[in-house]
Design a protein around this ligand. Structure first.
Ligand code: BG6
Ligand code: MG
Length: 221
């Protein structure tokens, strides 16, 4: 069996990936750049400032000072915080809590591997904090996804070897990070973006403990 499951938060545990998208879209409208769902795939899993840089790069005429960038990033976060006000215990995505319970029943550790500064707050709103043995958020890492640091930090904190870990992600950058950490990667979403994952499910309702473990065992051989 794996010894540690590391969950991404936004888009895996709850649908806050949609709220990040809507908040960036609103900021984009203010800047006169349109952000569609396809471009948004490149923002998933990426830190707030790096996401802003990628958006600003869409329009080379937008050259802003660091101070102006800070203000825009804060604006986006304000939009985002308004959107997550409604997040409550009913908004955990289908299948996720059953998976968390099953992992616990098997005496396997659980960590969070999120790029978000809002991660602990969202986990609290969902009432899921108690499942987690360790939380990695934006404050704990120097290099964000696709760098493996988010995932290796969780494994190191719990003294677990990387190939004994399973990482679950909805972002291409996250899958990349898990693979580079030499952990088993589970992608949640479309093959179009997650083809590099060791195992892909269409949505969280398809996250089955036995099936993940089966694929993990084959990968380890
Ligand atoms: C990641 C999201 O989890 O967190 C990204 O996938 C987001 O979309 C990033 O930009 C940073 O979040 P925050 O809450 O610190 O702005
Ligand atoms: Mg995500």
């Amino acid at each position: 069996l794996p010894k540690l499951f590391i969950f991404d938060l936004d888009g895996v545990i709850t649908d806050t990936a949609e709220f990040h998208y809507l908040a960036w879209k609103k900021l984009g409208e203010k800047l006169g750049v349109s952000i569609d769902r396809n471009f948004n795939e490149q923002l998933k899993g990426i830190s707030r400032m790096e996401s802003l840089e990628r958006i600003l790069a869409l329009d080379p005429s937008l050259s802003l000072s660091e101070e102006e960038k800070e203000i825009l990033a804060t604006d986006k976060n304000e939009y985002y915080k308004q959107l997550i006000e409604t997040v409550n215990e009913e908004q955990t995505l289908p299948g996720v809590e059953v998976l968390l319970q099953t992992i616990k029943e098997n005496n396997i550790k659980i960590a969070l591997g999120s790029a978000s500064k809002n991660a602990s707050m969202v986990l609290e709103k969902l009432g899921l904090t108690n499942y987690f043995d360790y939380i990695v958020d934006a404050a704990k890492v120097k290099k964000g996804k696709p760098d493996p640091e988010t995932f290796t930090t969780a494994a190191d904190a719990l003294s677990i070897a990387y190939p004994d870990c399973v990482g679950i992600e909805d972002a291409a950058a996250g899958v990349h990070a898990i693979n580079d950490a030499n952990m088993f990667s589970v992608g949640v979403g479309s093959m179009d973006h997650l083809a590099k994952a060791n195992f892909v499910v269409h949505d969280t309702s398809k996250l089955d403990f036995e099936e993940i473990v089966q694929h993990f065992s084959n990968w380890k051989k």
